[in-house]
Design a protein around this ligand. Structure first.
Ligand code: MSP
Length: 658
């Protein structure tokens, strides 16, 4: 069994925003679920580079377009790495393998008589990279890009006979009800097909940036005709036919709702014309809005996923997007809602469950849980949740899949409240206590296996804490997702996974300190997590000890520290140091070197282009022989890795932080 999965390839005229990241995260969850299910999976992503906007942006920056695309590739890859996206291949449309495929497919369509010369006259929205009919415009503007004016184009073009494929497409839609999901998008596309199709222009005249048409090299291939072919190009069409034969047709294209027409009408018609099989399924996901508004660079309402991931890490963001948005529908991101869900799902629920289990295991059984009993209520809940999880994930109801995993977490927290292990210990009911603790540990283990696709790093950490010895990548749902009644569990006690946050504070004050160089000493704190008097049915959050009141400083004291926004220009490892990175930063006033203790948390390439906060007026100091002129601000949970303090990336270097 094999599974070939793709996402849309992104325009590189700007960095990814939370909406484009949403698509990649959900596709990654599907890819990881398939791998967990033992399916040989090939997950493709990439960049769409032959857009006029990309070309313009490069020229605005006085850069060669190719060099500009190289730089953007690094930025995109850094964001995807930060979000833990596990693609197997990343294609760029300027690569030779892509050019070979585009020219081969265009030639096939031409030989088939499906590409002909004509004259195009009409509107073109450069931001959509699409030809628009009068009826598509609202008061003369593209509804998706109301701040821009569409261009009127009159040029000699090559056209693709899309109209010829209306009947075959209708037939394909009717005999393959699952070809386009969800159902509302399928209905929308069926209506469009029923209303008729016009031929489309597939070339642009007089442009330098693009792939020449093989039979008319003065014309470049229209960016959409070019881009769609990436899915075939990446697996060898036109360059490695045996590989292409292995992976084509694609099993699933994940794309946004705005581009389902290209993927379910234009692309299948191109494939039919070239005599190739059609993808099994296209899924058109909805929009992620930001505070109720469409996310858009041109409207100034976009959110950088790297900044959001800095808040609590990649996994809480992944969980929020997948669990809170019904897959296929639209969703919204607000910081308040994000914090609320973080506190509810992670700090209070899953994180607290793991902390309580490890604290009880340590206190009552020296962290070693021997098998005891076949599992009671939690075993039943886990079995039912696994079944629901599978059905949901197989039908791409990702939000329901995650909810099924959380049913186990909820049930385990309730089980602890009801069985009150601390009273069993007090009453000396040792056998029952063994059963209860083992049952909770096993429930946590199963939940962590099910959560692996959505929260890969946290799942691995939890599995380690509950004594799972299989390496995370070798986990299989069939075996590891099932209840186990055997095997001693060595439970590890470590700091809280997700300290609770109060609204507006970066992370809970007693768990985290904003620090300089991020490798500062940790502060001891009480880890009393065994809740002896839990509220009925509720998972009480961990209760950290109140920190000793520190001496207060005056505002004048604070203002002596000059905190400023800076942009990272270059980053590299400091030789022979595990912790230190050497950064070259733009402070607005100058460019300088800062040495920061963040190497265990960040790869140098993740930092380039990042907007950070520095202490600008610190005396220079030498660290491992390198002079550091300032300090980088980062937050470190006790014993955890540092997270850089983020600010709006639109802030210019030099802006004062106070
Ligand atoms: N380059 C084309 C796709 C070519 S695929 C052969 C493109 N690029 S894009 O950068 O504009 O968008 C990339 C993907 O992100 C698309 O699937 C698009 O629908 C999706 N999204 C863009 N904004 C989004 C949200 N606000 N929310 C969710 N997805 C969003 O289109």
């Amino acid at each position: 069994m094999r599974f070939y999965l793709t996402t849309a390839i992104d325009y590189v005229n700007s960095r990814p925003h939370l909406g484009t990241a949403y698509e990649k995260i959900t596709a990654d969850v599907i890819a990881r679920y398939k791998r967990l299910s033992g399916v040989e999976t090939h997950f493709l992503m990439g960049n769409d580079e032959h857009s006029q906007n990309v070309y313009k942006r490069a020229l605005e920056r006085n850069m060669d377009p190719r060099a500009y695309c190289d730089q953007m590739e690094r930025e995109f890859r850094a964001v995807w790495a930060q979000l833990d996206i596990s693609f197997d291949d990343f294609i760029r449309t300027t690569e030779p393998r892509h050019k070979a495929a585009v020219q081969k497919l265009a030639r096939q369509c031409f030989n088939q008589g499906d590409i002909y010369e004509g004259q195009y006259e009409g509107w073109y929205c450069v931001s959509c990279e699409a030809f628009k009919q009068e009826k598509d415009l609202l008061e003369g503007k593209c509804p998706l890009h109301p701040t821009l004016t569409p261009e009127w184009i009159r040029e000699k073009n090559y056209f693709f006979r899309l109209s010829k494929y209306r009947e075959p497409l209708l037939e394909h839609f009717r005999s393959n009800p699952r070809f386009l999901r969800p159902e509302n998008r399928r209905n929308e596309m069926l209506r469009l097909l029923e209303s008729g199709l016009e031929d489309i222009s597939v070339s642009r005249a007089g442009q330098l940036w693009g792939i020449p048409l093989p039979f008319a090299p003065d014309n470049v291939v229209y960016v959409w005709f070019d881009a769609l072919i990436n899915y075939a190009a990446a697996i060898g069409y036109g360059s490695d036919e045996p590989r292409f034969a292995k992976w084509w047709p694609a099993d699933l294209h994940i794309v946004g709702k705005d581009i389902t027409r290209f993927h379910t009408v234009v692309w299948p018609a191109m494939l039919m014309s070239a005599g190739l099989a059609l993808p099994a399924q296209v899924f058109g996901h909805g929009w992620v809005n930001f505070g109720g508004q469409r996310m858009s660079k041109s409207l100034g309402t976009s959110l950088d996923p790297a900044d959001v991931a800095q808040r609590f890490g990649a996994d809480p963001l992944r969980l929020y997007l997948v669990k809170e948005i019904s897959y296929g529908g639209d969703g919204d991101f607000t910081w308040d809602r994000y914090e609320e869900r973080y506190n509810v799902d992670l700090a209070n629920n899953l994180g607290n469950l793991v902390s309580r289990l490890s604290a009880m295991a340590e206190k009552f059984r020296a962290s070693r849980l021997a098998p005891a009993g076949a599992g009671g209520r939690l075993a039943q809940v886990a079995g039912a949740s696994l079944a629901r999880y599978r059905t949901s994930m197989d039908t791409l109801a990702l939000h329901e899949g995650v909810a099924a995993a959380f049913e186990i977490v909820d049930a385990a927290n309730e089980f602890i409240a009801e069985t009150a292990p601390w009273s069993l210990a007090k009453k000396g009911e040792a056998a029952r206590l063994d059963e209860v603790l083992f049952e909770v540990a096993e429930a946590v283990r199963v939940a962590a296996v099910l959560l692996r696709p959505v929260m890969p790093a946290s799942s691995a950490e939890i599995l380690h804490r509950v004594g799972e010895t299989t390496t995370p990548d070798a986990l299989r749902l069939d075996t590891d997702g099932r209840w186990r009644s055997e095997g001693v569990r060595q439970i590890a006690k470590r700091p809280a996974l997700w300290p609770r946050v109060e609204s507006g504070t970066p992370i809970h004050e007693s768990d985290t300190r904003i620090n300089v160089e991020a490798d500062v000493q940790t502060r001891p704190r009480s880890e009393s997590i065994v809740d002896e008097k839990p509220a009925a049915g509720a998972a009480a959050p961990a209760a950290p000890a109140a920190p000793a009141a520190p001496a207060r400083i005056t505002i004048d004291d604070f203002m002596k520290v000059e905190l400023r926004v800076a942009k990272v220009l270059e980053a590299e490892a400091v030789p022979k140091s595990k912790k230190l990175l050497k950064l070259r930063v733009d402070t607005g006033a100058d460019q300088r070197t800062i040495v920061a203790g963040i190497a265990e948390a960040y790869q140098p390439e993740q930092l380039v282009g990042r907007t950070i906060v520095i202490v600008a007026n610190l005396q220079p100091a030498k660290l491992m022989g390198v002079e550091s002129n300032g300090m980088v601000l980062a937050a470190s949970p006790d014993g955890g890795l540092p997270t850089l303090i983020g600010v709006d990336p639109a802030l210019p270097p030099g802006a004062r932080v106070r």
